[in-house]
Design a protein around this ligand. Structure first.
Ligand code: BTN
Length: 267
């Protein structure tokens, strides 16, 4: 059952004006917006239905990690996507769709975000946003996707270093002022609507690739390492190994891209 909602703040309602969002579920505090959105999708939520929380008490990250959303400081929201038949052939791109939406929105604030493959958004060397995309299947067909996005908007949203496995930062710290949370949400959803129309074209892949962090630099992903060349057509990561081979890597749970400074010995 979908948990009881809270009346949304007026500023949030105003921020959604003119966007393709048919319905909003807002929570002052909830376990995870993705959990609510998955349930809602099972119950028939329409395309672009939106779940927003001020605080998450059981926010989920990729690979079973936790995601922290303290009150009044972050964005935590999940979009229900009803993929068209054409979009079903490109489901793997939807997490990057969220990251590109966040990156485009931050660019609109004058910042220079980078996307740490596959879909973390960095400002400088710090992660400010993450995306968790999950599918609802019925009879072997993906009937819905839930794209959950978390953004550390204010400095108070950043978890202590010992609780994260990658340095985290906030939009506030990089902008030098406090941005409006709901204004930023509007920018992200607007950018996502624009990118969704272009999801299957070269332009989407080029936009993602041109924003990739560590391009031309040495990186490690699991056991693999090499110079990061770019993306393949399906959004996989392409590296050049020390022996000159081109290596195409798919996103896998528990393997996280990292910059390194030297080729490991015996490579
Ligand atoms: C990651 O970087 O590991 C992904 C983080 C995704 C966090 C968002 S916050 C909104 C939505 N609800 C969740 O429980 N997780 C996602």
């Amino acid at each position: 059952m979908i948990p009881q909602t809270t009346p949304p703040p007026d500023e949030l309602k105003a921020a959604l004006t003119g966007l393709p969002v048919p319905r909003l579920l807002y929570y002052a505090s909830i376990g995870s917006t993705n959990d609510v959105a998955l349930e809602w999708a099972e119950e028939g939520a329409a395309d672009w239905s939106l779940v927003v929380a001020d605080e998450q008490t059981k926010g989920r990250g990729r690979s079973g990690r936790r995601w922290f959303t303290p009150p009044q400081s972050a964005l935590a929201f999940s979009v229900v996507v009803r993929p068209t038949e054409a979009e079903r052939t490109a489901l793997g791109l939807f997490a990057a769709w969220g990251a590109l939406g966040v990156a485009s929105a931050l660019e609109g604030l004058g910042l220079k975000p980078r996307i740490k493959w596959p879909n973390d958004v960095l400002l400088g060397a710090e992660k400010v946003s993450g995306v968790l995309a999950e599918a609802v299947w019925s009879g072997g067909v993906p009937t819905a996707l839930v794209v959950g996005i978390g953004v550390n908007v204010l400095a108070s949203a950043v978890p202590p270093r010992e609780l994260t496995d990658f340095p985290a930062g906030s939009v506030e710290a990089h902008l030098g002022m406090k941005p409006s949370r709901w204004g930023l949400l509007r920018r992200i959803l607007t950018a996502m609507a624009e990118w969704r129309a272009r999801l299957q074209g070269d332009e989407f892949l080029q936009a993602w690739e041109s924003r990739l962090a560590y391009r031309g630099k040495l990186v490690q992903l699991g056991e693999a390492h090499g110079i990061l060349l770019g993306l393949s057509r399906d959004g996989s990561l392409v590296l050049r190994t020390p022996s000159g081979e081109r290596l195409t890597l798919h996103a896998v749970a528990d393997a996280h891209l990292r910059p390194i400074h030297h080729f490991p010995q015996n490579s």
